[in-house]
Design a protein around this ligand. Structure first.
Ligand SMILES: [Zn+2]
Length: 283
């Protein structure tokens, strides 16, 4: 295999690999999954607040129910003292009467207080149920998207592995020196490390090339790079079929300019959907 053939094959392989790169293909889906995840977190926060508010009402109701017989006994005892105890001063009697009046007031309002707390607790329970339903929907959607993402990513990774194997085979055919040159061109221009000479300009960066450089490109004894963008430049040899033209590449996302590219290792976990909690809900 001649150098030009190896390089054209590398170029085609690389361009195909850029097209299937999961970081490009799945970026939109990944972003959607992340935003679903944060919505789920905020709905869970809301659920926690509503649950706490409801539990507060319920525990206050329990307190009143437990306190009622205690209050009744207090009133009885105080009345007993007023009737039977000798030698109370007027002030002491007045204090006891005021205390009795206060507890009787609490007791008389206990039932209406329980009623209004129950009403609030029921309303909070209804809200809680709606939030749980919303949460269940969100989690189901999230899991659906996460499953698609994970499936697509496995497929893309398998395809990438095929392209990596092809690339490795081709790289073995290069001299160590050419391999180093290509590696640097790929590092700096991952989406298009190799371009074809077009008259006297570099197609990659549109900068004019020196006559000396063009001479070396056409001789192609070893790989020659554009001095400006460090892409490998190949001579335009008529008859050398080149299936990937430069126009194709311009549609590709600029991968050198995407710092927030998603982490390949980052696969969303499936989430548990608490279906049971819905049926346990007390009304
Ligand atoms: Zn260039």
């Amino acid at each position: 295999m001649e150098l030009i053939e190896i390089m054209l094959a590398l170029r085609e392989n690389n361009s195909a690999r850029v097209r299937i790169d999961p970081r490009v293909q799945l970026a939109a889906l990944y972003a959607e999954i992340q935003s679903m995840r944060s919505e789920i977190t905020s709905v869970e926060d809301r659920l926690g607040q509503v649950s706490a508010a409801r539990d507060e009402r319920l525990s206050e109701i329990d307190n009143i129910i437990v306190s009622k017989p205690v209050w009744e006994r207090e009133i009885e005892n105080a009345k007993e003292i007023l009737v039977h105890k000798r030698g109370l001063t007027l002030k002491e009697m007045l204090n006891i009467q005021q205390e009795v009046a206060r507890v009787e007031n609490d007791l008389s309002q206990a039932d209406s207080r329980i009623e209004s707390l129950s009403l609030e607790a029921r309303q909070l329970s209804k809200r809680r149920k709606l939030i749980l339903l919303r949460l269940r929907d969100l989690k189901a959607q999230y899991n659906q998207h996460a499953a698609i993402y994970n499936e697509e990513k496995v497929k893309a990774d398998e395809l990438l592995a095929v392209h990596d194997a092809v690339e490795n085979d081709l790289l073995q055919k290069l001299t160590p020196e050419d391999r180093t040159v290509y590696a640097e061109a790929l590092r700096l221009n991952p989406e298009s490390p190799i371009v074809i000479l077009d008259r006297d300009i570099c197609v990659g960066c549109r900068i004019g090339l020196s006559k000396q450089l063009i001479k070396h490109v056409n001789q192609l004894r070893k790989l020659v790079c554009c001095e400006n963008c460090v892409r490998v430049i190949l001579p335009d040899i008529p008859g050398m079929a080149d299936t990937t033209d430069a126009a194709d590449m311009s549609d590709m996302p600029d991968m050198s300019d995407t710092p927030d590219m998603l982490d390949i290792q980052d696969t969303p976990d499936m989430m548990d959907i608490p279906v049971n909690e819905l049926s346990e809900e007390r009304d």
